[in-house]
Write a protein that binds this ligand. Structure first.
Ligand code: ADP
Ligand code: MG
Length: 252
């Protein structure tokens, strides 16, 4: 499709490491109100694509559009202000801060945030940020541990904290890199229902996920990457039934 959506759009993205194109001419639409799953074997380029989409890495070629606006040259924090939030494959929370403070940082980095808020000072946007923080903690069942130091949390709860922080930013586009890694069954079920609720609110979601069952249950669309390229992209049932997918899914 040629027309950019009001979610996130990639056109002709290329990202090279030395002579290797980790992302090699990717076109992708992440539309609002939908869950798009990005799958493919290890080394396919999924995390590198996420880095280009979120602004952690600058692509060597191609464009990224956020709600129709070209953000290719904007750094990650500027994209965050425009409504883009992401989580990382490697969990990244601040261990010296509490669960509540970590989540609040997400709110301050997002659309409702302020520089004063980031510095821990009272800010005009504070009620909105507080509300977004409370909601994210509640949705992921973290309100009971909000005053705990983040380093006291076990892996699954840390993963939920990272998700809560991304959600607190009130994103219009949410990129999740292996969000269910380290979650138990109950936590995975909670994750699924939160993501569906966000999609119903109009958020555009893109997730890298290895769990086929979860992808089948959750995703509206599946994009299969292999060797830096999009191999297949379409409705979940169609893509999962395609014989080429078994090979592309790799060690999932
Ligand atoms: P995936 O997330 O699908 O497993 P990655 O995006 O992590 O794939 O990696 C894609 C390719 O790019 C791999 O061959 C990987 O080794 C390479 N790569 C990723 N990051 C770097 C980097 N910082 N420097 C050099 N090569 C990298
Ligand atoms: Mg990866």
């Amino acid at each position: 499709s040629a027309a950019p959506t009001s979610g996130l759009t990639a056109r002709g993205l290329v990202r090279r490491f030395g002579g290797i194109a980790a992302v090699d001419g990717v076109d992708l639409d992440v539309p609002p109100g939908r869950i798009t799953a990005l799958v493919g074997p290890n080394g396919a380029g999924k995390s590198t694509l996420f880095d280009c989409l979120s602004g952690v890495a600058r692509p060597d070629a191609g464009r990224v559009l956020l709600a129709g606006r070209d953000v290719t040259r904007l750094p990650d924090h500027a994209r965050a202000r425009l409504g883009l939030a992401r989580t990382f494959q490697q969990i990244a929370v601040f261990p010296g801060l509490t669960v509540g403070e970590n989540t609040r940082l997400g709110a301050e980095q997002g659309r409702g945030g302020t520089v004063r808020g980031l510095l821990g000072l009272p800010a005009p946007g504070a009620p909105a940020a507080r509300e977004a923080t409370d909601r994210a903690l509640r949705l992921f069942g973290l309100d009971a541990v909000r005053d705990w130091s983040a380093d006291r949390l076990p892996t699954g709860a840390l993963r939920l904290l990272e998700l809560a922080r991304a959600l607190a930013a009130s994103p219009r586009v949410l990129l999740l890199d292996e969000p269910a890694a380290g979650l138990d069954l109950a936590q995975t079920a909670r994750l699924g229902s939160v993501l569906r609720a966000l999609a119903a609110e109009g958020v555009a979601l893109l997730l890298v996920e290895h769990d086929v069952e979860l992808v089948a249950r959750l995703a509206d669309t599946v994009c299969v990457m292999a060797r830096g390229r999009v191999l297949l992209n379409g409705p979940t049932a169609e893509v999962l039934a395609d014989p080429r997918v078994a090979g592309a899914w790799g060690e999932a």
